[in-house]
Design a protein around this ligand. Structure first.
Ligand code: ZN
Length: 286
């Protein structure tokens, strides 16, 4: 049974989960309820919103009024750094500002769905986590960001450059750079340990120790609530972190892993023995 989805056609880089979220908003129902309706009588495993089976994809395409092959182009390419589905919530304030100005619906781009990509590649500004899907105070965000000092902007530029390199390496597009210490698997262990509950510090994740200027704090900080964290060295702990500010902080601290000489710049607050424990990790993750 086709469920008609009364929404404008997808924007070029929009994810399928974003298309379904817009349709669910229009129908005033939960996106998961809509997904359940769409795939209720689809034969076989329907997959997930961003990776639907071919039967489910055809059903969604029929609902929107586009061909399945065109909709298939909106699938998110699977990769080592793809966030868990529930964690793909970050957005770029400037992309949404352009959506508003051009009278388009705000959409979630596929490029925002990766754990080591915490900046918008188009605007080179930090992605932020809206409190509610689709809701973001654009003027406050852009105003605060414009007030960063030259040195703070330089820190952001360095972060973007580092993220570009680490994302290319972890997704297999490039080799682990010869001038970096450690290995890709060790780097992933380090990131997972930074954002996980830590017995040695009473549950407070190590990433909470990061120190940055007050103006940069909204963009780079540890989790405000960490009661539900589990002690995990597995990569999944990092892929489940939905706040890009927390992932950004962990990535920034973990630059010490690849360049130990950066320790004094980036790791203020982290006891030396803990740093040693994290960054000596070099096991293969499954
Ligand atoms: Zn943007």
């Amino acid at each position: 049974m086709t469920v008609r989805l009364w929404i404008p056609l997808p924007s070029p880089d929009e994810s399928i989960a974003s298309i379904l979220w817009r349709a669910a908003c229009f129908l005033e129902i939960d996106p998961n309820v809509l997904w359940g309706h769409i795939v209720s009588d689809v034969p076989g495993d329907p997959g997930t919103m961003d990776a639907p089976s071919s039967n489910a994809l055809r059903r969604i395409a029929n609902g929107i009024g586009m061909t399945p092959s065109r909709l298939a182009a909106h699938r998110i390419p699977v990769g080592e750094t793809l966030l868990e589905p529930n964690a793909r919530t970050a957005a770029c304030p400037l992309c949404w500002q352009e959506d508003d100005v051009n009278g388009r619906p705000r959409t979630y781009r596929r490029a925002w769905a990766y754990a080591c990509r915490t900046f918008c590649r188009q605007h080179r500004v930090p992605l932020v986590a809206p409190r509610r899907p689709g809701h973001l105070d654009l003027s406050a965000n852009t105003h605060d960001y414009a007030r960063l000092s030259g040195a703070e902007h330089e820190t952001i530029v360095q972060m973007i450059d580092f993220e570009d390199r680490i994302a290319a390496v972890l997704d297999g597009a490039e080799q682990w750079p010869i001038e970096w210490a450690g290995s890709a698997s060790g780097f992933k262990v380090a990131l997972a340990q930074l954002v996980s509950e830590n017995a040695a510090t009473g549950g407070r994740p190590l990433v909470c120790n990061i120190y940055v200027s007050r103006a940069l704090e909204p963009y780079i900080h540890g989790p405000k609530h960490y009661g539900s964290l589990r002690n995990s060295e597995r990569w999944l702990a990092f892929l489940r972190e939905r706040n890009p500010a927390v992932r950004r902080a962990a990535l920034w601290l973990a630059t010490v892993y690849v360049s130990p000489e950066r320790a004094t710049d980036h790791a203020s607050g982290l006891p030396a023995r803990l740093l040693q424990k994290i960054f000596s990790a070099d096991q293969i993750l499954d």
